[in-house]
Design a protein around this ligand. Structure first.
Ligand SMILES: [Cu+2]
Length: 639
């Protein structure tokens, strides 16, 4: 599933890469006169570098017209390309395979890098470089391994010096889907890494070719089999191979013509170098230094002890501080909801806080709660990927009477653990909900039953007590309204309206749990799951009273809730009814997380009167005011 703009780009990129690779493969085998190892070098590198690989092929290697390959590939820069190609083909293949395997094994990033280097080196040396040399030069395999070692070492060092930081920074950046081989992004990062590695390894390869330490491009013409009916320009009884060693000045150019005879031993080895020991030593040292910087430097900024299993696949919010000692748990806590885990979508008309039905079992009211991941519309053009009880935000209202015995069966449909806490209630300790403290967390797919007798009455709420920092901020909460056993204990009003507050962080189509942290600041705010102007309107008549039950379901932010058109009387706080002598008039109450205020407001004049948060930023939608505000706003329409 494509969830970010980069995903669409990558689809196009890999379509082009595939088309380029097919073209290069077809052309190599159909037209281009060169050794098999070189053909495969270009095919693999085009797979990794896409259209750039194709460009290198047609500019430096593809025989322009029959018989011209020898001359065409002679310039040193093309020889350098050839040399880099067979280095990169081997090294990158080893690195990419190792990266996929280490990610699957869940090894930390720093071990990944070392394994990738060793695998890349081994692949390059033992397969591409040595087989290539052997097919060209003859001699025993191990002779070729020995001769290839130093040039391969230098080239691989530069290759990894380019590839390692690209992998580290892009894999462990904001979108850590890049750590998962099952994601397109992983392969995109590999492609960019190979391109960077190629660029860094190229200058060294040019020098190695010029000094006769590595082979560049060469021409190998087979005697025409006649199947395609074309005459080959170089005829002969044996497969002919030409190797060209060229340097820019041309003074030093060597030209070897040799028959490729298998089993001729080392006798065919014509390669000579004029490089001096200090030159080779200095280049080796610089390549090692580059490698060390590429491998180690990213550890200044990134936590390379993390693995794909720890944080693979998560997408972090912009602006979150992630440094070298940010643990995996901190990242998972703030990560976006994975849109691919959404199990149901609810449009704008869907309402939360619906009365939760129950069934009676032996005098016990039995309720079912099932948290899961849903897409929930908060504005006509804004939806959140939320965690919701029973597909509602706020979760369904549990409306009971004082003295009721209730049982709530909670079945976890979330991708992470949960529990439920019954905020403010007096109940048996093991029914209280704090994970790891009174109960084991309810793992995904598992259930837990809470059972207790409601001895209090008033305005309460429920919310998760396993990872509430993340999961409550994603939408898990619901009202728990307990009517008094004696109706006379109720502070009555003509209308009763519950207000549940929440902050959201929605960017680029992803929903993050908002929290007072760098990168976690909210940009949307909802009352009962909708942002103004999509909040409800409360209809009233002049002279009627309205009981507003403010519930601090808000997670990390305090909201000074204010009502226009005259003061209200605060009649209950945190579920406890205030004795008549203690009630007071106010027009604003600070609703902090967990707090509840029941207030009675009287409609004194007709018109549209607002209930809103008095932090103006909280009455905007993504910093925009529309139709007079946004976010935490509800209109009371008095006629
Ligand atoms: Cu506010």
């Amino acid at each position: 599933m494509l969830i970010q703009p980069i995903d669409y780009f990558l689809v196009v990129w890999f379509a082009l890469a595939l088309a380029s690779t097919l073209y290069v493969g077809f052309d190599q085998y159909r037209n281009n006169p060169e050794p098999v190892v070189m053909k495969w070098g270009f095919i693999l590198v085009t797979l990794y570098m896409g259209p750039l690989g194709l460009l290198l092929y047609v500019l430096a290697d593809k025989e322009p017209r029959p018989g011209e390959h020898e001359l065409f590939t002679r310039p040193l820069w093309k020889q350098g390309v050839g040399s880099t190609i067979h280095c990169v083909a081997g090294d990158a293949t080893g690195i990419i395979l190792a990266a996929a395997v280490t990610a699957a094994l869940g090894l930390p990033m720093w071990i990944d890098l070392i394994v990738e280097y060793l695998a890349g080196f081994a692949f390059g040396l033992f397969i591409f470089q040595s087989l290539f040399m052997k097919s060209m030069m003859g001699g025993t395999y191990w002779e070729n391994v020995r001769k290839s070692f130093l040039p391969e070492f230098i080239s691989m060092n530069f290759m990894m010096a380019g590839m390692a930081p690209v992998m580290s920074f892009l894999m462990m950046g904001r979108d850590m889907r890049a750590m998962e081989p099952t994601e397109l992004l992983f392969w995109g990062v590999m492609s960019i890494g190979v391109i960077a590695g190629f660029a860094l390894a190229y200058p060294a390869n040019v020098w190695l070719v010029a000094r006769g330490l590595k082979h560049g491009l060469m021409t190998q013409r087979q005697q025409a089999a006649g199947t395609d009916g074309r005459e080959q320009p170089h005829q002969g009884q044996h497969a002919q191979m030409q190797m060209q060693q060229a340097d820019a000045s041309g003074h030093h150019g060597q030209h070897h013509d040799m028959a490729s005879h298998k089993g001729k031993g080392g006798a065919g080895h014509h390669m000579e170098t004029d490089a001096t020991t200090p030159q080779v030593a200095a280049l080796s040292m610089v390549s090692l230094l580059a490698l060390a910087i590429g491998m180690i430097a990213p550890a200044n900024w990134l936590n390379l002890t993390l693995s794909a299993r720890d944080v693979g696949g998560v997408i972090m919010p912009q602006g979150m501080i992630m440094d070298r000692d940010t643990p995996a748990d901190a990242m998972r806590d703030m990560a976006a909801t994975d849109p691919r885990l959404v199990t149901a979508s609810y449009g704008l008309p869907a309402k939360g806080d619906q009365d939760l039905p129950f069934r009676m079992e032996n005098g016990v009211k039995v309720f079912e709660l099932r948290p899961s991941v849903v897409r929930w519309q908060i504005l006509p053009d804004v939806a959140v990927d939320a965690y919701a009880y029973n597909g509602q935000i706020p979760g369904p209202r549990i409306h009971i009477r004082q003295g009721d015995r209730i049982r709530i069966n909670v079945t976890n449909g979330l991708p992470e653990e949960t529990t439920v806490h019954w905020h403010g209630l007096i109940l048996p300790n093991q029914m209280d909900g704090p994970a790891e403290i009174t109960q084991a967390p309810i793992e995904p797919g598992q259930s837990y039953s809470y059972e207790f007798t409601a001895t209090q009455h008033g305005t309460y709420f429920y919310h998760p007590h396993a990872k509430p920092d993340r999961t409550q901020a994603l939408g898990l909460y619901g009202a728990l309204i307990i009517d008094p056993a004696n109706p006379a204990d109720e502070v009555a009003a003509d209308h009763d309206y519950v207000i549940e507050l929440q902050e959201w962080l929605v960017r680029e189509g992803l929903t993050y749990p908002s929290m007072p942290m760098d990168g976690g600041m909210p940009n949307f705010f909802t009352i009962n799951g909708k942002a103004y102007p999509s909040t409800e309107t409360i209809p009233m008549k002049v002279g009627e009273t309205l009981k507003v039950r403010f519930i601090g379901t808000n997670n990390g932010f305090i909201h000074p809730m204010h009502i226009h058109g005259g003061p209200f009387e605060v009649v209950a706080r945190d579920g406890e009814t205030i004795p008549a002598s203690g009630r007071f008039l106010a027009d604003t109450v600070n609703v902090g997380p967990g707090q509840r205020y029941d207030v009675i407001w009287k409609a004194q004049r007709p018109g549209k009167w607002l209930i809103h948060c008095h932090i103006p930023h909280h009455t905007t939608n993504n910093n925009v005011e529309e139709k007079g505000g946004g976010g935490l706003m509800v209109v009371i329409d008095v006629t």
